[in-house]
Design a protein around this ligand. Sequence first.
Ligand SMILES: Cc1ncc(COP(=O)(O)O)c(C=O)c1O
Length: 507
Amino acid sequence: MSDDSISIVRRCVTLDRTSKVPLYRQLYRDLRRAILSSQLLPAMRLPATRPLADELDLSRNTVQSAFDQLKDEGYLDSHVGSGTYVSQEVPDDLNRVRGQTHLRRSVRPTAPQRLGPPDESQLSERGKCLTDLQLSFFRAGKQPRAFQPGLPALDAFPLDTWSRLTSRRWRSVPGASLGYRQTAGYPALREALSEYLHNSRGVHCSPEQVIIVSGTQQAITLAAHVLLDPGDRVWIEDPGYPRATGAFQWAGAETIPTPLDAEGLDLEAAHARGADARLAYVTPSHQYPLGMTMSLSRRLELLTWAERSDAWILEDDYESEYRYEGRPIAALQGLDNAGRVIYAGSFSKVLFPALRLGYLVVPQALVGPFRAAKSLIARSPPLAPQMIVTDFMTEGHFARHLRRMRTLYADRQSALVEALEETVSDLLTVHSEKAGLHLTAFFRQSWSGRAVSAALQDQDIVAPPLSFYAAESLDRDGLVLGYGAASKDDIRKGVHVLKQTLLKRQP
Ligand SMILES: Cc1ncc(COP(=O)(O)O)c(C=O)c1O
């Protein structure tokens, strides 16, 4: 490897070792920027990871992670045995209208222009934080066959019932209800939800405390803006849900990655890392992504902490409806006597994600501020879908759909576990609770999850690496495998592709 390429790359990289942004992410960002601004030219060969790591005083894994991500996104190509190159056609170039005047005159662009990386000097401090967030591991493309986490069985959704309820509603909707609506959402839906949450999740609330939002994502963003000041500290689960971390960081909060043990969030570690935290974000019914359930004693400890420190707990109950064995575990909110828990639920997994409906249950004292925040962000939620969901719930379709889906997902989970055990048990260890829409599988060898995921995605299999969800490095990387939207046939074929992909990485 020529010293030249090392010094060219060296000039493109400025690392800030005091920043909260992980070093691999800074390196990825600088190299991407250099490629888009033609400091690194198409087909240029990059230095090997080891000498570059030495030059930049980084670990080789850090450089490898940045390279892997650039490869996943199409900025770099690697050829076995001959190194890593800048791609001939980098992704953002495909959408950029080049500077030739003849082209501008004769060709009207059909796609919207994308102009490469943003000019950060134009952004607010909050806006700058957005350029560093990586919220999804998937490349847009074909519908994957398996194993996209968090996606329910869209083909099993009773669309005929849904369309019947929809047309019935629109036939009879009074004109007067088409004006501006209540910020907190359709009253009949809030009533149906408070009853449902009481009966099925042990949540204590009046309909007044329920606020309809467009999915848990909006619930988390609202909570972050209503409850946190810039610089406030938030305990987040590590590994955890990147879109929650992103929402807290966007609100200016400092996220404190907190390890997990078999009982959930490790509170001793949380206190050691940030005793003055203002909020804890948790997924107690089915930790995302590792899957453990928070024990009762840990729940009580967390509630005691929140009460004593005047702090908040944001409970994300994203797929608690899916438990395939044993009794359902009641929500943390139902144990809270001090009004410290903000509860968030979603229709994304139990109905479908494109519906964009979810709900918050907030302590009585926070109803006013949350409603005002909701009103400023989106006024009221769209009326028609709320009406249809209300009918779906109150006329028994919801309960029926959930029963059918529990059987289907339990079946798909067993099919995946069996296929993994039969086919790849010498390469992976599988961790699976009898709940949810995904499981985790850890590599038995020290493979890079990003590299394995990228190779799988080239074969239309989506399986994000565990390291994508982790703020601190894991002892072993692995994959998150969703089975909700994959048929048994897709599961078998997917596991076969997984096996072939892993075998190629064997020394
Ligand atoms: C941990 C977690 N929370 C919440 C959600 C649901 O988000 P939303 O309701 O915004 O679709 C998901 C979906 O993937 C999730 O994984």
